[in-house]
Write a protein that binds this ligand. Structure first.
Ligand SMILES: Cc1ncc(COP(=O)(O)O)c(C=O)c1O
Length: 381
């Protein structure tokens, strides 16, 4: 007789992200269903008011996604055909795509190696007479250097649109929440975000004429006083439903708790990963900036085979993902704008080594330890 087969220990896999939805959200959705008003109802302005207050912005407009919000914000900022929009090559592709939607050109500049955000000096170096707007991204929830971008915008008469899709809960050194500086800032509510409505987004802003335009354009070009099928400008269907807004309102009520759970998790990761040689962790808060924790992205040591690391982690039941690829090296951007490797060396180095680890508020200490052990083992340590 052969030896007994080893006992199969079933280990629950650790996913990359998981939304936190509870009874409050179920109740909120039920109320909307019972009200019969699933769209264009009272939850939309209620969510907008609550969100604006949360980030200290005068106004807000709810939209169907972060991408839709960025698109409408750029249009409201006056970006059009032939304009240039300076932005970060290390971002989710939508922040550059929205300029292309308007037949404008996204112009990339390299990133800061520490914060991984668009470097204001690099941005200043690519301003031309065609530059119309700056579109800094608060990547991985770390605040971009808005005072520097505001100065640059003022000295060249440029508009600013902030991509805050990953940065709910972040704060600038002067205590302003990200999204509360007056110019349009766009948040995203996809399922992996700090606050989720499944799909959704919000533009915070200070200019009521811009809000009027955005609200009309998200609703097929219809002004609030116009009837169904009346349209006085080109518009889109970028509306957010009342069901989604109800979900958002319910989560805003316990946002602090949700953000605190993410911060605690990030601290646990820092402790658990500290012993892995040459692994670079997300930069700690510096100079009064506060990160709004969204993902936990590490940079693998140079020379490590990242695909192999992802496979080894997957074999241990741990999801991970290269995050983010450099936008300018994606095939569409290479072909349309002639980009090639070597243009933005800091971004390219970071993009080649970045790995997002599982990160969601319900993760427990045991799971963090498992990820850390799995990563250490995958790196041969
Ligand atoms: C930096 C950044 N910009 C834009 C977006 C687009 O948001 P959405 O997926 O809601 O359209 C996202 C989110 O996925 C993002 O992370």
């Amino acid at each position: 007789m052969g030896a007994e087969p080893p006992a199969v220990v079933s280990i629950e896999p650790v996913p990359l992200a998981r939304p936190v939805l509870g009874e409050a959200e179920e109740q909120a959705i039920l109320e909307v269903l019972r009200s019969g008003q699933l769209s264009l109802g009272p939850r939309v302005p209620a969510f907008e008011r609550a969100f604006a207050e949360c980030v200290g912005a005068p106004l807000a407009s709810a939209v169907s996604s972060g991408t839709a919000g960025l698109h409408l914000a750029l249009r409201a900022a006056g970006v059009g055909e032939g304009d240039e929009v300076i932005t970060s090559p290390l971002s989710f592709v939508a922040s550059a795509n929205v300029a292309v939607y308007e037949r404008a050109r996204p112009v990339f500049a390299d990133i800061d190696p520490l914060t991984l955000n668009l470097d204001p000096q690099a941005a200043a170096a690519v301003v031309t007479e065609r530059t119309r707007a700056l579109l800094p991204v608060h990547i991985f929830g770390y605040p971009a250097d808005m005072p520097a971008f505001e100065q640059l915008a003022a000295s060249h008469g440029l508009a600013i649109v902030e991509d805050a899709c990953e940065a709910l809960g972040a704060q600038h050194p002067d205590g302003t929440p990200v999204g509360g500086r007056g110019h349009p800032a766009v948040f995203g509510f996809y399922a992996n975000k700090q606050l989720t409505t499944g799909e959704g987004g919000m533009i915070t802003l200070g200019d009521s004429a811009q809000k009027e335009r955005i609200d009309s354009e998200r609703n097929q070009g219809r002004a609030p006083d116009m009837g169904w099928l009346d349209h006085d400008r080109l518009g889109f269907n970028y509306r957010l439903s009342d069901i989604a807004c109800a979900l958002g309102i319910a989560q805003l009520e316990r946002l602090e708790e949700m953000l605190a759970a993410r911060s605690l998790l990030a601290e646990r990761y820092r402790g658990a990963l500290a012993g892995i040689d040459e692994l670079e962790l997300p930069c700690p808060d510096e100079g009064g900036n506060t990160r709004g924790w969204f993902v936990f992205v590490v940079q693998l040591p140079r020379g490590v085979d990242r695909d192999e690391t992802v496979r080894a982690l997957a074999a241990a039941g741990i999801q991970s993902k290269p995050y983010l690829p450099a936008i300018h090296l994606m095939s569409f951007y290479r072909e349309r704008f002639g980009h090639r490797a070597g243009e933005f060396p800091v971004c390219e180095d970071v993009a080649a080594r970045s790995l997002a680890l599982p990160f969601f508020p319900q993760m427990n200490e045991g799971q963090v330890a498992r990820v850390a052990e799995g990563l250490g083992a995958a790196l041969g340590q």
